[in-house]
Design a protein around this ligand. Structure first.
Ligand code: HEC
Length: 160
């Protein structure tokens, strides 16, 4: 082989290697999604995921999220807790009595995430993204004291 042909072959091999590496890098980023720190609020969470006050504060500071939560609540929660949170199959969410948690945001969040499967409350962690669960948590905290018609009788312990 002349040295010119050899140089051409080497160049093509180099181009081939660069292309393969580029495809791998592209494939890696496209399939693994955005880096971890950007995931958070929009990705589904595992049931071990803990309440984050920072995410809660961010979500609850935007009124759009409250409207979104009302829509999700109407679609997914009202069937058991009533359209106004007055209760039905599930407990009243507007009073000061709680079966689980103390009515604070982290307790409400935890029960929505994990559910109470033995009592018929579904676990929403695998169904809804964190942002939606946070928005629902905020929505439920806002139900307290709204005095709906036909409230279900209080269940659980009373909290201030
Ligand atoms: C299939 C019926 C059902 C659906 C749908 C449902 N829940 Fe529940 N929920 C229950 C039951 C039953 C309980 C009571 C569990 C127990 O006995 O501890 C409960 C408990 C709760 C509690 C705790 C109340 C307390 O007194 O401690 C919260 C908060 C709650 N649900 C929020 C939600 C939200 C938000 C949704 C929608 C994403 C939802 N639930 C959907 C049945 C349901």
């Amino acid at each position: 082989m002349s040295s010119q042909v050899l140089a051409a072959v080497q160049t093509w091999i180099l181009i081939l290697i660069i292309t393969v590496v580029a495809i791998f890098i592209y494939y890696y980023y496209m399939t693994s999604g955005p880096p971890i720190e950007q995931k958070g609020v929009n990705s589904p969470i595992s049931s071990e995921q803990l309440f984050s006050q920072a995410i809660f504060d961010t979500v609850s500071s935007d009124p759009v999220n409250l409207n979104m939560a009302k829509i999700i609540y109407t679609e997914k929660c009202a069937v058991c807790h009533g359209l106004a949170g007055q209760g039905g199959i599930g407990p009243n969410l507007t009073d000061r009595f709680w079966l689980r948690g103390d009515g604070g945001a982290s307790g409400i969040y935890n029960i929505i995430v994990n559910g109470v499967l033995t009592k018929g409350m579904p676990a929403w962690a695998e169904i809804l993204p964190v942002k939606d669960i946070m928005a629902l948590t905020f929505f439920v905290t806002k139900l307290k004291g709204t005095m709906p018609l036909n409230p279900k009788m209080p269940q659980g312990r009373e909290y201030p």
